[in-house]
Design a binder for this molecule. Structure first.
Ligand SMILES: Nc1ncnc2c1ncn2[C@@H]1O[C@H](COP(=O)(O)OP(=O)(O)OP(=O)(O)O)[C@@H](O)[C@H]1O
Ligand SMILES: [Mg+2]
Length: 444
């Protein structure tokens, strides 16, 4: 359950303030009352985790001035105004300034609750979107979001940090669903352009003429935004599906890039998911453009090359989904772990993400197994699998690591509880944690 939303109630009349407060507290809101706008302003910062209900007629700063102040510091903060009976022009003016809605005195308390619910929902969405945007612009957060400790992932992290610092154009390659878009965000967030513009264009979604216009303009009066290169000036421009560029678009892009010089005014991060055996976007692009874009290159590895990360990703995703759906995360048996490790995962991390969601929904219903989910995704998968191709030891170790990781997580790093549940002496547990690079501090 997310924390209750706050409601700040501002009214100079004590009785009114208290009764509104009590009424909304009964509906489950965390209320706080203020006798004046001046007093309320001291507590209402730009990311206030809730909404405001205010009277309009107050001595000192009145409701309208108060509203203007609030809109100045956070224009999406929902403010519900309580106006006198028949005060229509004032209500209209309040809406124009940015009030969420108004209530005319005397009002029906149910109408107040209804409005408060609408306003808090809107507020929650705004704050969630802000948090997400912040996550995507915070390099440290983003690197943490990239789950996995396999050698392949560690190399990818190093690449991101190295190339993030270098300031040339970048080409990101990798199969579908491997995390290329996430890596593009990370590159921007850890580099010198962090905090500047980040613009993304899905090249395959446009026809030739439309794409050239989207990238370079000219802008028409009816266009809502600037051409992408202008919009992203000083920052990063991501070109998704770079192989979709026609010859004409390639020629324009090359001319533009050459004209910008080095370091480029706009850093281009091109993304390609052409990765069939031996085929890369090198075949689809003219060589001179390819070499400009691929001056720095990152390849995002397919999931099947990330070994034990498959289990880590699965359990992390399953944990998130079980929180969302309010149920327990499914337990993964040794056999299921082996199957997760052996599945071919053509849809990579995205596919794993979907399988984890379905596994949680199944567990909530109390039916189905992870095996049956994998079988429906991978028709050619055998129900009983062999450990052909990889030594048994690898599977056993991956499973052991997952069990310790999960148990540590559940017990929030309590070594005693983990020793007890897994029937392990302290020394063995310590040795295994060291071997699998698991740190107690990560679970506290
Ligand atoms: N290492 C990772 N750790 C956690 N989540 C990841 C990781 N890699 C990818 N994801 C998640 O998997 C999903 C797919 O990633 P993303 O969209 O970046 O892949 P993509 O390669 O750009 O896919 P496409 O080829 O379809 O464009 C997203 O939900 C992303 O957050
Ligand atoms: Mg993508």
């Amino acid at each position: 359950m997310p924390a209750a939303m706050k409601i700040a109630i501002v009214d100079d009349e004590k009785d009114m303030r208290q009764s509104i407060s009590q009424w909304l507290a009964l509906s489950g809101y965390d209320t706080e009352a203020f006798a004046s706008a001046e007093e309320a302003l001291k507590s209402l910062g730009p990311d206030y985790p809730g909404i405001v209900v205010t009277d309009v007629r107050m001595p000192g700063m009145d409701g309208m001035q108060f509203l203007k102040k609030l809109m100045g510091s956070d224009s999406s903060l929902p403010v519900i105004m309580i106006t006198g009976h028949g005060d229509v022009p004032m209500a209209v003016e309040a809406m124009r300034i940015g009030a969420f809605d108004f209530l005319e005195k005397p009002f029906n308390p149910d109408r107040m609750t209804e409005l408060a619910k609408k306003a808090t929902n809107a507020r929650r969405m705004t704050l969630d979107a802000r948090a997400l945007r912040k996550d995507l612009s915070d390099g440290g957060q983003l690197m943490k979001k990239l789950i996995g400790t396999s050698g392949a992932m560690e190399r990818l992290r190093e690449d991101i940090l190295d190339l993030g610092q270098a300031d040339g154009h970048v080409l990101i390659e990798g199969e579908t669903g491997t995390g290329k878009t996430l890596v593009a965000h990370a590159l921007h967030a850890v580099g010198a352009r962090a905090g500047r513009k980040f613009v993304s264009v899905a090249c395959a979604a446009f026809d030739d003429e439309g794409l050239i216009k989207r990238l370079f303009g000219p802008v028409q009066p009816e266009d809502a935004r600037l051409p992408a290169f202008e919009e992203a000036r000083g920052g990063t421009l991501v070109l998704e599906d770079i192989e979709a560029l026609s010859e004409a678009a390639q020629a324009k892009l090359l001319t533009h890039i050459n004209a910008e010089g080095t370091p480029p005014e706009t850093r281009v991060v091109a993304i390609s998911n052409m990765q069939d055996e031996g085929h890369t976007c090198e075949d689809a692009l003219r060589p001179d453009l390819f070499y400009r874009l691929a001056s720095l290159r990152i390849t995002v590895p397919p999931l099947r090359q990330r070994g034990e990360d498959i289990l880590t990703l699965f359990t992390r995703f399953a944990e998130q989904f079980s929180e969302d759906y309010g149920c327990d995360a499914p337990q993964v048996s040794a056999q299921e772990a082996t199957q997760l490790l052996q599945a071919p995962w053509p849809g990579n991390v995205r596919q794993l993400f979907n399988v984890a969601e379905r596994a949680v929904l199944q567990a909530r219903r109390g039916s189905g197994t992870i095996t049956s989910l994998l079988m429906s995704d991978h028709q050619d998968m055998q129900p009983v699998m062999t450990t052909e191709g990889k030594p048994l030891k690898e599977y056993v170790e991956a499973f052991e690591r997952m069990l310790i990781d999960n148990t540590m997580r559940r017990h929030k790093g309590s070594i005693a509880a983990v020793m007890d549940e897994l029937c392990l002496p302290r020394r063995t547990l310590n040795e295994k944690m060291a071997k699998y690079n698991l740190q107690r501090s990560d679970y506290l």
